[in-house]
Design a protein around this ligand. Structure first.
Ligand code: ADP
Ligand code: ZN
Length: 738
């Protein structure tokens, strides 16, 4: 086999394996490590090559990981079948996989699986069948539709049949009929492979002096190796415009760029701004891509054809050949933490990838995580701040509504103050937003007669009524049922009552108070996919909507100039439960929500409805003193030895057999590592003690910052007696404690 890939490469830089040598091949499976194979005659591989190998009596696809250990007897080794026609995984990605595996304690193969998520992309795209007019047109029966096809093809290049049918406005059978009649001739064309090239040289907005200085600092770091910079600036201060300059710089240097955003589905405005700045859209990477798009994008990233990718957390494992910059926008956002499969934090691992690549990482937020702020204070990250809103508009004025004395009448959720502010806003022709982080109609349905609460049969959770679709739903496992006519416990009829509000119930109150207001509910179960999200954004921007009632999906990143009032219906919602990050998360969310108000030329107002007006979160929001909050929170964490001042590793023990789960959890507690300053708490029932029918217990290891608990935890789990039917999930640096 002639393989000219090796004539050019610097063989020192890449590990190369020739005939008769042994290679370690990592398979995207939860195995303990790579398996050894033999390189056959005529074969040569380099690290990262994607290869087919025999595995038992089937074929598996994996990646050449390095030299084999040589422990397996040569006679037992089997030969690699061959290499797939796709660029090898870049060295930095190979290193990242190993690093993430070591850090998170998930098997290398499980991590590799995230990097090899699109097996269809390992083969070059097949030439497509396309059709053109035959050189000599035979006699044929003429119809209007047929003539449209013929006329279309006179003026256009050959196309696949489906495209011709669409363009000519006829059915596929018309095209097929013409093929059968010999009027159209089949030819092969290369599939279209044009990726737009974002143009860094177009003019962006004219940056203010402060913005220009910040952009200058960022740009200077591009091309200068690894480093992390935090862009910290109030909402609307131009953080996006500023990091666009760094993106432009990386593009100018001929590098690829990765921009990570939470919940890409809502990036319609972001995309429009990117296009305005760079003249074309970036490639997107998120869960709603079609299989074909996913395949093309993965391959184009591997071939270096795609210059900029904007994506959700899984974009981190794309095979960039020549990355120059990673941006993590809304870096504090909880959705960067993946909670199932391999449990990892994409923001933290983005910094690791940047380090492996030797390129800068830029973290962006108006409410940076305590982790990032602390890294700045420790001198590990650089910081650039944008202290004011662009155009000088002030941040919104925040009022705290004390629901204990100024609350609404029974059965209502909007205080008189907030209702009046809404009236004034509509009167003035402005827009308002009510924020309530609760989907559905009511979070709880209760029997008035016996006190029974409707609960999910598979989870420790109440069923949430979704009145618009007439269902009760579990928000944890997706269980659904029709609302019962009578109480399942006491069988009383008409005794079930909804308790508490969800966004649907608020809409009902608005309908009563402001029947004229054009209202839309924005929640993840009402907005399906990027198209609907974009349409919603357009309607708000063009003022076809007076009031948005939304959950957290509208809290982030949007810029609606007409919005002057934000009402937070239940500011206390995130504070119950007692997780150590509760205050930080609530502050971040409410600050972001408040930041939606008054982004245009008129000032904004924010009302926080709370039963805890003296809580540090409410006080900091009312005073507009974010830094005071961060300082206080930082001190509290330090005293409690909680992250980022201490290390946490959580173990979640789960299974269908409760006794077996308890037994395993007790076993883990008994064998727990104990050392100076290393402590293990638990087992305790998880807040969701039952989830999808599995019983769950938690243990929590705490250690000082200097200690790397990974080795300890690996050893611990290895030692403990754990029955096969019980699963132990490791969560290093847990963010949520569900
Ligand atoms: P942030 O990311 O900090 O929330 P953005 O970058 O989204 O801020 O900027 C908010 C709005 O202000 C956007 O519409 C943006 O285009 C506009 N903007 C920011 N800086 C400038 C500038 N220097 N000139 C014109 N418009 C700007
Ligand atoms: Zn459930």
């Amino acid at each position: 086999m002639h393989d000219d890939r090796f004539t050019e490469v610097n063989e020192e830089a890449k590990e190369v394996f020739g005939p008769g040598e042994r290679v370690a091949v990592l398979l995207p499976l939860p195995l303990a490590g790579p398996y050894d194979y033999l390189v056959g005659a005529d074969q040569r591989f380099m690290q990262g090559d994607i290869v087919d190998v025999p595995l038992g009596n089937r074929r598996a696809t994996g990646a050449v990981w390095g030299r084999a250990t040589g422990e397996v007897d040569a006679s037992k080794l089997r030969e690699v079948h061959g290499r797939r026609d796709v660029p090898p995984l870049p060295k930095a990605l190979v290193k990242l996989v190993d690093w993430v595996s070591r850090y998170t304690l998930y098997p290398q193969g499980a991590v590799l699986r995230m990097a090899l998520s699109v097996p269809d992309a390992f083969d070059p795209p097949k030439p497509q069948a396309a059709y053109a007019l035959a050189a000599d047109l035979p006699e044929y029966r003429s119809t209007k539709a047929r003539e449209r096809v013929i006329a279309f093809l006179r003026g256009n290049p050959p196309l696949p049949a489906a495209d011709i049918a669409r363009e000519a406005g006829c059915g596929a059978s018309v095209v097929k009929g013409l093929v059968d009649a010999g009027v159209l001739a089949s030819i092969k064309i290369e599939p279209e492979n044009d990726w737009p090239r974002p143009d860094p040289d177009r003019d962006g907005v004219t940056l203010s002096d402060v913005q220009a200085a910040a952009a200058g600092e960022l740009c200077e770091s591009v091309g200068q190796g690894f480093g992390v910079t935090l862009i910290d600036g109030v909402p609307g201060s131009g953080k996006t415009e500023v990091y666009f300059e760094a993106v432009a710089k990386a593009l100018t240097l001929g590098k690829q760029v990765l921009v990570m955003l939470p919940e890409i589905a809502l990036g319609a405005q972001w995309l429009a701004r990117f296009e305005a700045r760079f003249g074309s859209e970036p490639a997107m990477w998120h869960s709603e891509l079609t299989a074909a798009k996913r395949r093309d994008t993965w391959r184009a990233v591997a071939e270096g054809k795609v210059r900029v990718v904007v994506g959700a957390r899984s974009a981190l494992f794309l095979p960039f050949q020549d990355l120059g910059l990673i941006v993590v926008d809304e870096e504090h956002d909880g959705s960067f933490k993946q909670e199932d499969g391999v449990v990892y934090h994409a923001r933290d691992m983005a910094v690791v990838r940047a380090q492996m690549e030797g390129v800068p990482a830029v973290l962006v937020s108006a409410t940076p995580s305590l982790e990032s702020v602390t890294n700045v204070r420790r001198g590990r990250y650089q910081e650039v701040t944008l202290p004011a809103r662009h155009g000088g508009a002030d941040l919104a004025d925040v009022s705290v509504v004390d629901m204990r004395k100024d609350g609404p009448a029974r059965g209502r959720w909007l205080s008189p103050m907030l209702a009046e502010a809404l009236a004034e806003t509509f009167e003035a022709g402005d827009q308002a937003m009510l924020f309530l982080n609760r989907r559905g109609y009511a979070p709880l349905t209760l029997c008035r007669t016996c006190g029974h609460r409707l609960q999910c049969p598979r989870c420790t959770a109440w069923l949430v009524e979704h009145r618009l679709v007439g269902r009760l739903q579990c928000h944890h496992c997706g269980f659904q049922t029709k609302p019962p006519d009578q109480c399942p416990n006491c069988e009383d009829t008409e005794s079930l009552v909804p308790c508490g509000p969800g966004v649907e119930r608020l809409a009902e109150e608005i309908q009563l108070l402001f029947p004229e207001a054009r209202t839309v509910i924005a929640a993840s179960d009402m907005v399906h996919g990027p198209k609907q999200a974009a349409e919603l954004v357009r309607m708000i921007e063009e003022k076809e909507i007076d009031l948005v009632i939304g959950t957290q999906i509208v809290a982030k990143g949007y810029h609606f100039p007409g919005l002057t009032l934000v009402g937070v219906v239940d500011a206390d919602l995130g504070l119950s439960g007692g997780e150590f990050r509760a205050a930080e998360k609530t502050f971040q969310l409410l600050y972001q929500v408040a930041g939606r108000a008054g982004r245009g030329d008129r000032p904004g107002r924010v009302f926080l409805q709370t039963y805890m007006p003296d809580h540090s979160v409410m006080k900091a929001l009312a005073a507009g003193d974010r830094d005071a909050f961060i300082d206080a929170e930082s001190q509290a964490r330090e005293q409690a030895h909680m992250p980022p001042f201490g290390k946490l590793v959580a173990l979640i023990v789960s299974g269908r057999d409760e006794a077996a789960v308890d037994h395993a959890a007790a076993g883990l507690a008994r064998t727990a590592p104990r050392g100076e300053d290393v402590r293990v708490l638990g087992p305790a029932p998880a807040p969701l003690a039952l989830l999808r029918g599995r019983h769950r217990r938690r243990l929590l290891l705490t250690a000082p910052r200097g200690v790397n608990p990974q080795a300890m935890v690996r050893d611990w789990i290895g030692r403990a007696p754990i029955a096969k039917k019980v699963r132990v999930q490791v969560d290093v640096d847990p963010v949520s404690f569900f």
